[in-house]
Write a protein that binds this ligand. Structure first.
Ligand SMILES: Cc1ncc(COP(=O)(O)O)c(C=O)c1O
Length: 395
């Protein structure tokens, strides 16, 4: 008898890749692994090293035997540190009962959305949006209502467009500031306006703030600082980007005590507590990072400046200067039918891999995203190739 391998509808939904956005990146990684001279500008994993003293603190924690189950909400000392940081940045009350620790922001987002949305309900999401959201919403079988950012005007959020998109089925408005892929920032006034509106309309407002520490010109404003009331507000943050700790898997939520308990119920069943020594590492990193974060910020600022200058000096492509984050969106419609074709052809002809804009939504079909997670001595030859490619196309 042959086994009839049936899988759940949830698993089935995750098979369907809507945009094919990773094909260029996967192909580039394969070529790179085969020793080909490929420049990978498609990755969002920081090339910078985790702070060496954090690594030493982790070894110390391991040697002390911190290798057991941890409390479902996370270690109290880490939650205390995060709530202290929150008080400083928002000026509002926060204590450890408002903070839940997760193995990465991705898991935190999944858990928050699973606790807020029923299948078939609407979540409004500002678009272009981080590619990672797609799988979460597909798994939960919720209806994503994209609201386009003002692509030509520094990808600014238009709060009125969000308001206009609300229907009876809307439960959650999900925003991301500073944004991936566009490095846009939502102002305090806009955040407050949105928070007021969501409260009046009985909607949850969830904000992904994982790039909060990588800002170049002005400081990040947290949704918790901007919102007049916090009952319907959830923020998500983590160490992956700011502390170059993607592989450590450490993220958190800050929410009302009541909702944090619901998150605890869920995460207790699915994760059963995060790694103790990683939480010790996070506690160390968050209390010894001032100089490190300044260095990280400065490094990305220089890379951003370099990339933007290069892009805007190459005929046929252009970019706006991102205010934050680790990426630059490049407009390529003078050179190709769309960003996907551009990315495919650039890899084929010049062995440079960039991410097609369609992966972030329809509004960035004519864009590609370049990552700043490479040093300038890699960005330079990669952009020499992009320049050669553009000049050849334009004859
Ligand atoms: C906007 C945004 N949110 C969340 C994540 C995922 O973060 P983590 O590594 O903590 O899961 C990323 C990673 O690229 C991101 O860009």
């Amino acid at each position: 008898m042959t086994f009839n391998a049936q899988i759940s509808q949830l698993s089935q939904r995750l098979i369907e890749e809507s945009s094919g956005v990773w094909a260029v990146h996967d192909q580039a990684c394969e070529q790179f692994a085969n020793g080909e001279d490929v420049y990978l500008l498609s990755v969002g994993d920081p090339d910078l090293a985790t702070l060496p003293s954090t690594i030493r603190a982790t070894i110390d924690s391991l040697e002390k035997g911190r290798t057991h189950y941890a409390p479902g909400m996370g270690e109290k000392h880490l939650r205390q540190i995060i709530s202290d940081i929150e008080i400083k940045s928002s000026g509002k009350h926060c204590d450890p009962s408002n903070v839940v620790i997760f193995p990465g922001a991705t898991n935190a987002i999944y858990t928050v959305m699973a606790c807020l949305l029923n299948a078939g309900e609407d979540v409004i999401v500002a678009e272009p949006m981080y590619v990672g959201y797609e799988g979460i919403f597909k798994a939960l079988n919720v209806n994503v209502v994209p609201v386009e950012l003002d692509v030509e005007n520094h990808f600014e959020l238009d709060v009125d467009r969000v308001k206009a998109a609300v229907t009876e089925k809307t439960r959650v408005v999900f925003i991301n500031t500073p944004g991936n892929p566009a490095g846009n920032m939502i102002s305090e006034q806009q955040l407050r306006d949105l928070a007021d509106f969501c409260l009046e309309n009985n909607l949850w407002l969830v904000c992904d703030e994982v790039y909060s520490m990588i800002t170049f010109d002005e400081a990040h404003t947290s949704l918790r600082k901007a919102a007049a009331k916090l009952d319907n507000v959830v923020i998500i943050d983590g160490l992956s980007k700011s502390h170059a700790m993607t592989g450590w898997r450490l993220g958190w939520t800050v929410a009302s005590t009541q909702f944090s308990q619901r998150l605890l119920d869920f995460t207790s069943s699915t994760i059963f507590g995060c790694c103790q020594f990683v939480q010790d590492a996070a506690a160390f990193a968050l209390t010894n990072d001032e100089e490190y974060i300044q260095g990280v910020r400065e490094e990305y600022r220089q890379r951003r400046n370099y990339v933007c200058e290069r892009v805007n000096s190459i005929p046929g492509i252009s970019c706006q200067v991102p205010k934050a984050g680790m990426f630059v969106m490049i407009k390529v419609d003078e050179l190709a039918e769309n960003g996907l074709r551009f990315a495919e052809d650039l890899l084929k002809k010049e062995k440079v891999s960039v991410l097609p804009g369609i992966g972030f939504g329809q509004s960035t079909t004519n864009y590609v995203r370049v990552s700043l997670a490479q040093p300038i001595n890699v960005l330079k030859p990669a952009f020499d190739r992009i320049e050669r490619y553009a000049k050849k196309l334009l004859g």
